[in-house]
Design a protein. Structure first.
Lengths: 233, 318, 294
């Protein structure tokens, strides 16, 4: 079966700054993969590079078998990717509901609005509030919810547990497991190791714009020493 | 070394020029060169685009002209009054414009300049559409008779060179360094403790004053002052001169002024030549249409030639 | 009946004329604000494109016998298409650079357009007669209402409100508002933002073209009609701030009315009153009346 995501020798720049130096990894359909690493290692840049949101890119990024390295961002999105950025990017000039409805349908099979409001009742209550008036947790919910509507089956999630109350973080974890069981493929960037550990099938560790370590969930226990060193966890 | 030779060549050229070209035309070029250099102080070295510099240039020419013609003051006093007027206008406009950043700043300078245009249009002393005529050359410092074109030329050359050296001095001073910092990264300059608004205002006033000097001198040289000098198209023209020559370079504005004035004068001939080789009648009319050609050059420069002539040369040499 | 020594009918007549001018201010500042919001470019060419709209209407009538009503639809479309060409061939290369280059480019385009029209038509205005359906005036008792001027105000307000509705209340408008805030994110959702930018520019200038057709019978169709207007529109934009659509509309109309009233009571001040107000607003509320500091 075609891999959901296959990245080979990916390099990326922001202007003159050379951030990614030969990134290689792949994600099978239905897998949950976590990118670990310190701040500045290039994890967010990797997600952005997949979508073409950085400056110059070189190498190969295949999404469901389609080479996307030279595609424009909006076309890459249409290959079925949902992106939840670190800063959440909720639009202040739109209401919560408008934020939710904004991303166009990319593929059939996305969640309906009713299903989303069932999964996230808070969003239903606050639907007419200005997007940025929602609490941090609600904005995070909204940021994830809106890409669930689109039918995208490959989700790129950047630090979704950041700055949220433990109760909400648990809810997010349950949501991710639920999505996984529905066949979504997820690439997560996470600082919060405890959040990511029970969710991911495989882990990649980045440093200085490259993948330096990779292992499966089963090997997690044996890798704690390495992780301590690399992440200062 | 190459730079020093370059400046020397320019100086020699300037001293010898009246032997080959009409002094009045040369003086006109010198005045516009000074105007462009004054403007460049603001855009090239402080990063502020003013689209209303005509108010200082033309306004000063009216004030100086009026002082010389009606009040009969000696020439140097007339010029000084023009400069003071321009500096005061610069202070008022600057104070208002600096309240906004970026493109709003530019729009405000444009609007305030337009307001001054209407004031000058309606004020009786400017002569309105007819302009202020018959401004006497007078005598400089009581003894130098300026009616002689050649004498006038060297006086103007002296004024322009002195102003140019002043600008160079400003650029290389600590004040100039702060301006450069403001241009490159204003938030950082603020975080370093500089009251950037005051620096910007002072740069604005200096730029306006020197533009005023250019305008006053031009009024004395040509003997008249018109509404064209305070119209927004004049503001646009000085932007173009600086753009073509090279924003942020020292000689760029001078080169730009030479080219644009030469173009204005020779456009008719150029048009007729184009008409003869292409057999398109319409080219004969482009002599009338300085506006259109100016616009075309603007577009070409912005799209393909942003560094200007001196800027390109400087980049190549490196 | 008199008010402050001015006959009521004259006062109301000037007020209407002020509303007419205000309508043009509103439409032009609206287009300018929409373009600036998404493209970060101040479109100096807005005035020249307004002039082009008026000229197209005049040319349609005088060269092809096409009447005003058809040109009211056709001219803005043509101006919009021309705008799309400008955006795709020239403007799009400048987005990465400092804002000032966008202003300089559109300034250059203004000069070229005006220069070309001047070379063919000179500076004096071409007359354009009011369409027969709107000629004459209606006697309202307290004033004589010139029909065409009432139409201009009506049509402008309708178009402005329609624009407001599309931007604030529809999905398309949501794309525009979101794109103004964070274009990269909107693109990441799969929306063709570059196309949206091009069409927005086209729409903004089509609004200007529409204003031009409306203006043709009121002012004379002259190559300079745009540049006289655009700088006042800049002042309107600074006064209103570009934060809200309704704000731009209200500011434009309001300033038109104030200008009109000034013509009655202090005619010498009428050319500069908008700029004076701008100076005052800058002193007390720099972000503009409806502005959000960007």
């Amino acid at each position: 079966m075609t891999k959901a995501l296959e990245i080979k020798h990916l390099q990326a720049w922001y202007g003159e700054s050379h951030i990614l130096h030969d990134v290689n990894f792949s994600v099978e359909q239905g897998e949950v993969v976590t990118l670990l690493g310190r701040n500045g290692a290039g994890r967010t840049t990797t997600l952005r590079a997949i979508l073409g949101l950085t400056g110059r890119r070189e190498g190969s990024v295949k999404i469901n078998g389609v080479e996307a390295i030279a595609m424009a961002t909006h076309r890459i999105a249409h290959l079925g990717i949902g992106y939840c950025p670190e800063e959440r990017a909720i639009f202040s000039s739109l209401s919560a509901e408008e934020n939710l409805m904004l991303p166009p349908t990319l593929k059939p099979g996305g969640m309906s609005v009713e299903q989303i409001y069932e999964m996230f009742p808070n969003l239903s209550e606050r639907r007419h509030s200005q997007g940025t008036r929602l609490s941090g947790g609600e904005q995070q919910m909204l940021a994830v919810a809106r890409i669930l509507r689109t039918g995208a089956k490959l989700l790129l999630l950047d630090e979704i547990s950041e700055g949220l109350a433990p109760v909400i973080v648990q809810a997010l974890a349950r949501m991710i497991l639920s999505l996984k069981s529905q066949g979504y493929t997820i690439v997560m960037v996470e600082q919060n190791f405890r959040f990511a550990a029970p969710l991911a099938d495989r882990f990649y560790v980045m440093e200085h714009g490259q993948i330096v370590e990779q292992f499966a969930a089963a090997e997690l226990a044996s890798k704690t020493a390495v992780l301590n060193e690399l992440l200062g966890v | 070394m190459l730079k020093k030779l370059g400046y020397l060549a320019v100086l020699v050229g300037a001293l010898a020029a009246p032997m080959f070209l009409y002094p009045v035309l040369l003086m006109k070029i010198l005045c516009f060169a000074l105007f462009a250099c004054a403007f460049n102080l603001l855009i090239g070295f402080t990063g502020l685009l003013s689209f209303g510099h005509a108010a200082f240039f033309g306004g000063a020419s009216y004030i100086a002209g009026h002082a010389l013609k009606v009040w009969g003051v000696p020439t140097e006093l007339g010029l000084l009054l023009g400069v003071i007027f321009a500096a005061l206008m610069g202070l008022l406009v600057g104070k208002l414009a600096i309240r906004r950043q970026g493109i709003y700043f530019t729009m405000i300078t444009m609007a305030l300049s337009q307001m001054l245009f209407f004031v000058f249009l309606q004020a009786p002393f400017t002569g309105g559409e007819d302009g202020l005529q018959s401004i006497p050359r007078g005598t400089l410092l009581g003894s130098i008779d300026l009616k002689n074109d050649l004498t006038m030329y060297y006086v103007v050359l002296g004024i322009v060179i002195a102003s140019f050296l002043l600008i160079v001095r400003i650029i290389h001073s600590p004040f100039g360094q702060v301006l450069k910092a403001v241009k490159e990264n204003e938030p950082r300059a603020i975080s370093l403790g500089y009251d950037t608004d005051r620096y910007k205002l002072l740069a604005f006033v200096l730029s306006a004053a020197l533009a005023g000097l250019a305008g006053s001198t031009k009024a004395v040289v040509l003997g008249f002052g018109t509404l064209t000098d305070v119209h927004w198209s004049m503001s646009g023209l000085v932007v173009l001169m600086t753009l073509v020559g090279g924003m942020g370079t020292l000689l760029g504005p001078v080169v730009g002024a030479i080219i644009i004035i030469a173009l204005e004068n020779k456009l008719g001939d150029f048009g007729t030549w184009l008409a003869t080789i292409t057999h398109i009648e319409w080219f004969n009319t482009i002599g009338e249409s300085v506006t259109m050609v100016t616009g075309f050059i603007f577009i070409m420069c912005v799209l393909a030639f942003r560094r200007g002539i001196i800027g390109e040369l400087a980049a190549r040499i490196r | 009946m008199e008010l402050f020594g001015i006959p009521m009918s004259a006062l109301l007549g000037q007020l209407l004329l002020g509303l007419v001018n205000g309508s043009f201010y509103a439409m032009l500042s609206l287009g300018l604000a929409v373009i600036f919001g998404l493209l970060n470019v101040i479109n100096f060419a807005h005035g020249a494109l307004y002039m082009m709209g008026a000229f197209l209407a005049w040319m349609g009538l005088n060269y092809f016998g096409i009447n005003y009503w058809v040109m009211l639809i056709v001219a803005p479309i043509l101006v919009g298409l021309f705008g799309i060409i400008i955006e795709k061939t020239m403007l799009q290369w400048l987005y990465r650079l400092d804002h000032l280059y966008g202003l300089l480019l559109t300034f250059g385009i203004t000069l070229m357009l005006e220069g070309i029209f001047r070379s063919f038509y000179g500076v004096s205005g071409q007359p354009f007669s009011v369409p027969s359906q709107l000629s004459g005036a209606t006697d309202l008792g307290f004033m004589i209402l010139p029909n065409y001027r009432a139409w201009v105000v009506f049509a402008s307000i309708v178009v402005c409100l329609m624009t407001w509705f599309v931007i604030e209340k529809t999905r398309l408008g949501a794309y525009l508002r979101a794109g103004t805030e964070n274009p990269k994110m909107v693109e990441a959702f799969g929306i063709n933002v570059p196309l949206m930018v091009t069409l927005t520019y086209g729409f903004g200038v089509a609004l200007a073209g529409f204003a031009g057709v409306l203006a043709a019978p009121v002012l004379q169709v002259s190559p300079l009609m745009g540049s006289n207007l655009i700088i006042v529109v800049f002042a309107v934009v600074v006064i209103g701030g570009m934060g809200s659509i309704l704000g731009s509309i209200l500011t434009g109309l309001g300033l038109g009315v104030i200008e009109g009233l000034t013509k009655v009571f202090y005619p010498e001040l009428s050319a500069t009153v908008v700029f004076i107000i701008m100076a005052i607003v800058l002193l007390i509320r720099p972000a503009g009346l409806f502005g959000r500091e960007k």
